[in-house]
Design a binder for this molecule. Structure first.
Ligand SMILES: [Zn+2]
Length: 408
């Protein structure tokens, strides 16, 4: 078969597949990398409720197995009776198009179609589907499907906006796809985790995104704002007009406490190559109007180490930067140590050392509120607004100031 005929066939198969998708809501598809590079496979089994058309295949099948050929670097495709039905050279993609609207890849169901290519590292599998079909497989991993209808719709619109923004700025394009399936992009598990309530929210808001000044917003969110949303400039770098720091009356703050000993913090610093000796104190040097820490300094016996903004949260593995820090133990321990030292000294008192009293704290207690960076939508606030009767557009307008919800 010539390359031109193959190409035309591919296009016909692709168009007919997209037209038959049950959940298709947008004409533009995205490519999601399921297996690639380190996760590329030696074999991939595809099944479906109906037949599966494959590029260059003589007849459709209910079961097909793609096998990576070590010697040639290409790919062979077999049917359920292990009969070879098609062969592909290295880097020559094969499309697997289901009649039934889904494919089962190694036991996991996916909407849309799959493209499999033999690469240097094995079989690369890409799931091609509409953004709305993709969101159906994302939303249950991002929000509780039992939450109110308007909360789920707000989550569907923000997930769709985030997806479009992510696709446009993706760093996976060099590997032939738009998004991966992990938290690096968004957690996507295909149809296996889909839930009716979240799917309904996707269909009810078909194609809608959040825009600011005509551009799609990369809508960020966190679990709990702690009762005060945060401006992006206080967490990351630049100020963004729709990420505003303001009281959030719809989020009931969760509270948390984390304890660290001075030794544990010293070890944490050593792990990142910073040795400032025994940790004596921690100070919050600058806070945002919300109370979130913007600059924090760890005081060691041999120096200082400062952290800023969200790096504070990641270094101490805290739920948020909305916290206060206090110390304990150091003064009491130092006094006891000083008294023992005095008693043990030759002259019974003359060896009192001030330095012993200045030994610093034993442990540090972080008392905080909120969960996540606090920028953009607070998921618990979104839930509460929905329960209070607000619509999904009201929820989005509150958390993304000055934006509009509109078709992509
Ligand atoms: Zn990714």
């Amino acid at each position: 078969m010539t390359k031109l005929i193959k190409c035309v066939l591919l296009i016909i198969i692709l168009i007919s597949a997209i037209g038959s998708c049950a959940c298709s809501a947008e004409s533009t598809n995205i490519r999601v990398g399921l297996y690639y590079n380190g996760t590329a496979k030696a074999e991939a089994v595809l099944e479906s409720g109906g037949r599966i058309d494959i590029t260059g295949g003589a007849a459709p099948y209910y079961y097909v197995k793609a096998v990576f050929e070590n010697e040639s670097g290409g790919m062979s495709v077999y049917n359920s009776e292990n009969v070879l039905i098609a062969g592909f050279e290295k880097n020559e993609p094969c499309l697997f198009v289901p009649e039934a609207g889904y494919l089962s890849l190694d036991g996991k169901k996916y909407r849309g179609i799959c493209e499999i290519t033999a690469t240097d590292s094995g079989l690369k599998v890409i799931n091609i589907l509409s953004v709305d079909e993709y969101i159906c497989g994302v939303l249950p991993n991002e929000i509780y499907p039992s939450w109110g209808r308007e909360a789920l719709k707000a989550a569907a619109v923000t997930a769709r906006s985030f997806t479009w923004a992510k696709v446009r700025g993706s760093n996976h394009h060099g590997d032939g796809f738009d998004l991966c399936t992990t938290t690096h992009c968004q957690v996507y598990r295909g149809m296996s985790t889909e839930v009716d309530s979240t799917n309904e929210a996707v269909f009810a808001t078909e194609g809608e995104v959040v825009k600011y000044g005509g551009s799609v917003v990369s809508t960020v969110y966190s679990s709990n704002s702690g009762g005060y949303t945060e401006g992006s400039e206080n967490v990351w770098y630049a100020a963004v007009p729709y990420y505003v720091s303001k009281p959030d009356p719809y989020t009931e703050p969760n509270t948390w406490t984390v304890n660290y000993t001075a030794d544990e913090i010293e070890q944490k610093l050593k792990k990142i190559g910073k040795n400032i000796g025994k940790v004596r104190n921690i100070t919050i040097d600058e806070t945002a109007p919300s109370g979130r820490a913007i600059k924090l300094t760890i005081h060691g016996e041999n120096g200082l180490y400062s952290l800023e903004k969200d790096n504070i949260r990641s270094f101490f593995e805290l739920k948020s930067t909305l916290f206060t820090v206090s110390s304990s133990g150091g003064v009491v321990k130092s006094l006891i140590a000083a008294i023992i030292e005095m008693e043990n000294s030759v002259d019974g008192g003359g060896a009192f050392k001030l330095a012993t009293l200045n030994g610093g704290a034993d442990s540090f207690i972080f008392n905080g509120k909120g969960y996540g960076h606090g920028v953009g939508m607070s998921q618990w606030g979104c839930k509460n607004m929905s329960d209070l009767g607000f619509g999904y557009r009201d929820i989005i307008a509150f958390y993304f100031e000055g934006t509009t919800v509109t078709a992509i």
